[in-house]
Ligand binder design. Structure first.
Ligand SMILES: CC(C)(COP(=O)(O)OP(=O)(O)OC[C@H]1O[C@@H](n2cnc3c(N)ncnc32)[C@H](O)[C@@H]1OP(=O)(O)O)[C@@H](O)C(=O)NCCC(=O)NCCS
Length: 211
């Protein structure tokens, strides 16, 4: 498999780095995924016609990257590995990138349980969001989250997304169609950007106020 090194930009903020997912990540990625099967399984996206049922093994690195690579080539996806202090700890994917009159995208994410709770994903989502608005010039960003996923809803709220509404049976997760809550943020909602705002909130140990 050959990934172009410019398949996604590299973004840095403190100890957190988003950089393009590469073929050579296969071993580290599989190790993290194996160790975190119970932690990630309930929230993992699945593909109905691949016949994965609830509780089964997550997709292989190669199946996942094959799908992402095809979409990245078309400019519809930015596939990032999340690094914390130089170690691969998770993944952040911007998908559904659309231009024209829509100019929108969504972001999906997960992290190794061992590294949860340090604000890594929240910062990564903030970095991806600023990139979407400042560089791609998108207008609207979405996070779609199962209602019961309190940790992920906390990410949305910390970054400054606001709850928009409920989508019934919206995504195929862990082997079935699941209801989701959609969070949105629009370009210009956070003057100065969400990274700066989150960095400030972390420094003062407060939650930023949702716009
Ligand atoms: C959702 C997820 C990506 C958050 O990543 P993270 O790097 O821990 O994010 P943060 O450190 O900013 O913490 C977000 C929230 O997680 C919760 N949290 C913190 N430590 C936690 C832990 N050890 N275990 C579970 N949840 C924890 C808290 O509610 C926290 O919010 P707070 O900072 O306001 O208290 C991570 O919990 C995860 O990978 N979950 C499984 C996969 C998943 O749900 N993906 C998203 C699908 S929409």
């Amino acid at each position: 498999m050959s990934w172009r090194s410019d398949v996604a930009p590299t973004l840095n903020e403190g100890d957190v780095r988003l950089r393009p997912l590469k073929a050579s990540d296969a071993r580290a990625w599989q190790e993290v995924r194996r160790r975190n099967q119970a932690w990630l399984g309930p929230w993992d996206a699945t593909v109905p016609d691949e016949g994965v049922r609830a509780g089964e093994v997550p997709p292989s690195f190669h199946a996942m990257t094959r799908r992402l690579r095809a979409e990245a080539r078309e400019g519809r996806v930015l596939p990032w590995a999340t690094e914390f202090r130089g170690r691969l700890v998770g993944q952040i994917t911007m998908g559904g990138i659309a231009y024209g009159s829509l100019r929108s995208a969504y972001i999906g994410y997960w992290i190794d349980q061992e590294f949860a709770g340090r604000g890594v994903t929240s910062m990564g989502v903030a970095m991806a969001t600023d990139y979407a608005f400042d560089v791609l010039r998108l207008h609207r960003m979405e996070l779609n989250i199962r209602p019961e996923n309190t940790s992920s809803r906390a990410v949305a709220e910390k970054v400054g997304y606001r709850e928009e509404g409920f989508r019934e049976k919206y995504l195929h997760i862990n082997g079935d169609w699941r209801d989701h809550v959609t969070y949105v943020l629009f370009a210009g909602d956070v003057p100065g950007g969400v990274v700066a705002r989150l960095r400030d909130a972390v420094r003062h140990d407060t939650h930023p106020t949702t716009p």
